[in-house]
Design a protein around this ligand. Structure first.
Ligand SMILES: [Zn+2]
Length: 184
C-alpha cells in the first residue's frame, strides 16, 4: 500500500477545491467521499524536483521525469491526467495518476479492528468510520482472475478520520524500480 512518500509535511501537497464535490455516503455519521469532476487544480510549483507526491490524501501526482520513467518501465494500471496550475510561481508540468485497475473485494477472512477507547468513533451504519483494516487480505483465486497491475486501487472505502477514500497499491516490481532512484 502506498502510504507516504516522505515524512516531512512537504511530502504532502494540497489541492484547490475546484472540481471537487463531496458526496455523503453515510446518513448516520455523515461520512463523505471526495468526487473529482474535473482536472485537479493545485500549485504545481511546489512539486519541485520530486518524482511522486501525494495530494490531499486521495490523489497521487507525478512530475514529468517520473511520467517518462513510468512509460520506460512499462508500468501498468494507470492513466495520466493533466493537472491545472493555480499559484503565483510559474507552473511545473505535473500529472495525476488515475489508477485503472480496481482490486477485487477483500477476503472475508480479512481482519478489522476498532479503537476500544474511542467507541464513539465507530459507526455501525457504514462500518467505515472508526474501522482499521490490516493486514490487507485478498483471496488468491480473485487475484488470479483479476491480476494485479503495477498500480491498483482498492475497491472498498476506508476513513482517514475526516473522510472516506480508496488506498492505492503498488506492485513489488514498481517498488523495486523506485528503490533504484537515487532520490525519492
Ligand atoms: Zn457512518
Amino acid at each position: 500500500m502506498l502510504n507516504s512518500t516522505g515524512n516531512s509535511s512537504k511530502a504532502f501537497l494540497e489541492h484547490k477545491n475546484d472540481g471537487i464535490e463531496w458526496k455523503t455516503i453515510c446518513p448516520s455519521c455523515g461520512l463523505q467521499e471526495k468526487i473529482q469532476t474535473s482536472p485537479l487544480v493545485m500549485d504545481t510549483s511546489k512539486v519541485g524536483d520530486r518524482y511522486m507526491v501525494n495530494v490531499g490524501i486521495d490523489y497521487w501526482i507525478v512530475s514529468e521525469k517520473m511520467a517518462y520513467l513510468m512509460e520506460k518501465w512499462k508500468i501498468t494500471g494507470y492513466e495520466l491526467r493533466e493537472v491545472i496550475h493555480s499559484g503565483k510561481k510559474p507552473a511545473q508540468p505535473v500529472f495525476q495518476i488515475i489508477p485503472t485497475n480496481v482490486l477485487p473485494s477483500w477476503s472475508s477472512e480479512m481482519e478489522h479492528y476498532y479503537f476500544i477507547t474511542e467507541p464513539e468513533e465507530r459507526c455501525q451504519t457504514c462500518n467505515i468510520r472508526g474501522r482499521i483494516d490490516y493486514p490487507y487480505h485478498y483471496n488468491k483465486s480473485d487475484i488470479e482472475q483479476n491480476p494485479i497491475q503495477d498500480i491498483n486501487i482498492m475497491k472498498e472505502l476506508k476513513s482517514n478520520g475526516s473522510w472516506a477514500y480508496r488506498s492505492v497499491f503498488l506492485s513489488e516490481r514498481f517498488r523495486d524500480l523506485f528503490a533504484l532512484l537515487e532520490k525519492f
